[in-house]
Design a protein around this ligand. Structure first.
Ligand code: NAD
Ligand code: TYD
Length: 355
């Protein structure tokens, strides 16, 4: 079996669902169920014996030691993290605890477990670290996209904590020989995306008649990838990636935030028009910028294509249409995640941003 951490979050849950749709290999899912973890994402697996869910923290060494000894996974995929830049600005401590200290404790447990495996299992074992392009920092408009050798230059507490965990993973390979793989992916979008991030926030606010907040001038650029393409890339790296190597994953799909918001608004105008017949883009509001806002991310995904033959299956047009349709068809899910804690966050993050 494989062990997935953070498998109740956005990308982790998509990965778990896709894995079990394509393989009969069992999967152990270790998740702390932070505000971003949601068992409803995995509701379709309730009676599936191939999915074992454990509610726990990657930083709990006693728990991870026991799980590794009991289930003997052949691979570990580390999705668990605090993942939202704006939250890391308001309160960095959770990011240090999970992304750095948690990953360290997990690596220690894995090192002890891996050392005790028989030779063949040791050779076949993999630890895959799911990371982000944000560790590379910010690009100007004309600079080439991030390659795997781009220097780490993280700018937010989130990206700095991910960079630190990537460095630990790298060190466990170089020092102890642990067979690790690291993937650095661009911004994901798709089903089960928590509506604190740009695309789901815009969809749910638009439908609720609320303002669509654009930080600063809206000309920041992100390189968007449909989440299921990220999952297929991770499966490919797990199968065929070379231990110790890093693979950048992206969709060759750079867009400004303003473009993204206009695209979502136009799709909603077509699929679910406003009752008053007016266009959704009338709800756009420019608000105070994010401190230290990275201007542009872009991924050079040639290595994974050349070495592992991976390419995204979705274009932005097909992926964003599926995403908007998913949110329209899953309004109960949206209602359930908009708890009191969610409303508190919205007040904290947007209450003080002046239009
Ligand atoms: P998410 O915030 O939606 O989910 C994170 C999951 O991790 C949640 O289920 C949460 O409960 C769990 N978790 C948090 N702390 C934990 C802990 N200490 N122990 C166990 N579980 C814990 O995040 P996501 O968007 O699904 O991102 C998953 C991974 O992919 C992260 O490592 C992130 O850095 C990386 N990543 C995300 C993106 C993106 O666009 N969302 C892009 C590239 C890489
Ligand atoms: P986000 O989805 O938080 O991802 P990241 O910061 O990890 O790239 O934000 C994507 C972009 O959208 C980023 O440039 C910030 C911007 N943004 C807004 O303009 N308004 C918002 O309300 C949010 C949440 C993000």
């Amino acid at each position: 079996m494989i062990l997935v951490t953070g498998g109740a979050g956005f990308i982790g849950a998509n990965f778990v669902l896709d894995w079990l749709a394509q393989s009969d290999e069992a999967l152990l899912n270790l998740d702390k169920l932070s505000y971003a973890g949601n068992r409803e994402n995995l509701a379709s697996l309730t009676n599936d014996p191939r999915h074992l869910f454990v509610h726990g923290d990657i930083g709990d060494s006693e728990l991870t030691d026991r799980l590794l000894a009991q289930y003997q996974p052949r691979a570990i995929l580390n999705f668990a993290a605090e993942s939202h830049v704006d939250r890391s600005i308001h309160g960095p401590e959770d990011f240090i605890q999970t992304n750095i200290v948690g990953t360290f404790h997990l690596l220690e447990a894995v090192r002890a477990y891996w050392n005790g495996l028989p030779d063949e299992a040791r050779r076949g074992f993999r630890f895959l670290q799911v990371s982000t392009d944000e560790v590379y920092g910010s690009l100007s408009r004309d600079e080439p996209a991030f390659s795997e050798t781009h220097r780490y230059e993280p700018n937010s507490p989130y990206s700095a904590s991910k960079a630190a965990s990537d460095h630990l993973v790298r060190a466990y390979h170089h020092t102890y020989g642990l067979p690790v793989l690291t993937t650095n992916c661009s911004n994901n979008y798709g089903p089960y995306h928590f509506p604190e991030k740009l695309i789901p926030l815009i969809i749910v606010n638009a439908l609720a008649g609320k303002p669509l907040p654009i930080y600063g001038d809206g000309q920041q650029i992100r390189d968007w990838l449909y989440v299921k393409d990220h999952c297929s890339a991770i499966r490919r790296v797990l199968d065929a990636g070379r231990p110790g190597e890093t693979y950048n994953i992206g969709g060759w799909n750079e867009k400004t935030n303003l473009d993204i918001v206009h695209t979502v608004c136009a799709l909603l105008d077509e699929i679910s028009p406003r009752a008053d017949g007016k266009p959704y883009h009338e709800q756009i509001r420019y608000v105070t910028d994010r401190p230290g806002h990275d201007r542009r991310y872009a991924i050079d995904a040639r290595k994974i294509e050349r070495e592992l033959g991976w390419k995204p299956a979705e274009t932005f047009d097909t992926g964003i249409r599926k995403t908007v349709q998913w949110y329209l068809q899953n309004q109960d899910w949206v209602r359930h995640v908009q708890s009191g804690a969610y409303r508190d966050w919205v007040e904290k993050n947007y209450g003080e941003r002046q239009p």
